[in-house]
Design a binder for this molecule. Structure first.
Ligand code: HEM
Length: 409
């Protein structure tokens, strides 16, 4: 849900009369340039899960430096305040000229919300002996272990706390991260981070067009409809039907995987082979043998995989049988690109994110089905982790994880 659409943008070209207007002066006034878009912070569930994806993402994992329950409580209380401010927007804090400015200044004196969501999740390591929370660990929360095709880099995996920061621009995300880092020097240490992006012009079509990933294929075609609340209650959010600690209701398991795509090799692969590896037409996104992107693959009438191979990515990921219905996941991935490898290859790929109420039935089962798929020749998972998105903050007197840290004191 988008809360506020902004006032008019900058008043361009007002002032002295001139003979011929410049192109800038004739441009229509921008009613909403996106900077005033706002997502809700208060509510039973956090924003950033079923929220439509904006163009920029920054996923950051931290080690918590505090060692006691009160340390953790102070962190969660103050983190709640910072996030509430950043998602609402307002004047940037100032200080005397002899002091370091409290705000980085990256957004100027007016910190505009820019559609930002900051979603807070916890990792299995938070439930070790430090904070006495072992009994409160969400049932499926474990440390991510290696799948056969993984080449996990220790420095890019796991974490006590995960922030998924999404907004219209990379600058807004970085501003938020610097604000949070500066607020908690004694409580948080950066562990790893990854920035992701999606094409803004495609997003503007509001679902009519589908974004493409680094392999050039439409990504998200068969994703679950995040507007379907009944479906989200069943597949994404933890509720009464799940056996979880009481504090964990209205949360969800978040999987993050940094998956490098070996694009040089992919770009030398024949189109036909690319399409049979994925199971869809590259240009249109239609399932192989069908016409339209939204056509539903019919695997029952193609048991030998003559149209869509039985080991195609989409067929393994979702065989579309009654038995595999419980393995559905909500995907929320972004593209990434970050320089190059020591071997002179492009370092880019998919910042894969999925949400599910049951980590084992969801991501883990789907990934096990994908193990050994032909796509593996072109992808290499290098990092990420498993996390649990905490329930939302219902009102201003409350804070993130309150029932977790106070409930079992
Ligand atoms: C770099 C790695 C990956 C690439 C390039 C990729 C690419 C794609 C593409 C092009 C589609 C078809 C369009 C769509 O429905 O979204 C797709 C579908 C899908 N992918 Fe992936 N994917 C990757 C990793 C993963 C992983 C790690 C998982 C989960 C373990 C996954 C699960 C799915 C699912 C569930 C679908 C929908 C299948 C359906 O319902 O028909 N993908 N992927």
């Amino acid at each position: 849900m988008l809360l506020g659409l902004g006032a008019a943008g900058t008043a361009l070209g007002i002032g002295a009369a001139k003979a011929a207007p410049t192109p800038v002066e004739t441009a229509p006034v921008v009613d909403n340039d996106g900077t005033r878009d706002r997502q809700p912070f208060y509510g039973p569930r956090q924003s950033g899960v079923v929220t439509a994806q904006p163009a920029a993402a920054l996923i950051v994992a931290f080690d918590v430096l505090g060692t006691t329950r009160p340390d953790l409580q102070r962190l969660l209380k103050n983190l709640t305040k910072r996030i509430a401010f950043l998602m609402r927007g307002g004047p940037a804090a100032t200080a005397a000229i002899g002091l370091p400015p409290p705000d980085s200044g990256l957004m100027g004196p007016d910190v505009y919300p820019d559609n930002i969501t900051i979603t807070v999740a916890v990792g299995a390591s938070l439930f070790d002996e430090r904070f006495g929370l072992a009994a409160e660990k969400p049932k499926h929360l474990v440390t991510m272990t290696r799948f056969p095709n993984d080449a996990l880099v220790a420095e890019q995996c796991h974490g006590d706390l995960l922030l998924q920061i999404c907004s219209n621009t990379a600058e807004t995300n970085i501003h938020a991260l610097r604000d949070i880092l500066k607020s908690f020097p004694d409580l948080l240490a950066l562990r790893w981070k990854m920035e992701g992006f999606l094409p803004p012009h495609t997003l503007k079509t509001l679902g009519k067009d589908t974004v493409r990933n680094m392999l050039g294929f439409k990504d998200g075609t068969a994703n679950l409809d995040a507007h379907d609340e009944t479906l989200m209650d069943r597949i994404v959010w933890t509720g009464d039907q799940h056996v979880e600690p009481a504090w964990a209701k209205n949360g969800t398991y978040q999987v993050v995987r940094l998956i490098r795509t070996l694009v040089e090799r992919w770009d030398r692969t024949p189109l036909g082979e690319q399409q049979t590896i994925i199971g869809r037409e590259k240009a249109t996104g239609a399932p192989l043998g069908m016409v339209n992107e939204r056509d539903t693959p019919d695997y029952a009438s193609d048991p030998q995989g003559l149209r869509i191979p039985v080991d195609a990515h989409i067929r393994l990921a979702n065989p579309r049988t009654p038995e595999t219905d419980k393995n559905l996941i909500l995907r929320r991935p972004f593209n990434y690109s970050r320089g190059m490898t020591n071997a002179g290859q492009l370092d880019m790929g998919l910042l894969f994110v999925s949400f599910q109420a049951d980590l084992e039935a969801g991501f883990i089962t789907v990934q096990r089905r994908l193990d050994g798929e032909p796509l593996e020749e072109y992808i290499k998972p290098v990092g990420g982790g498993y996390f649990f998105v905490m329930p939302g903050v219902e009102h201003e007197d409350s804070y993130l994880g309150q029932r977790l840290v106070e409930g079992s004191a």
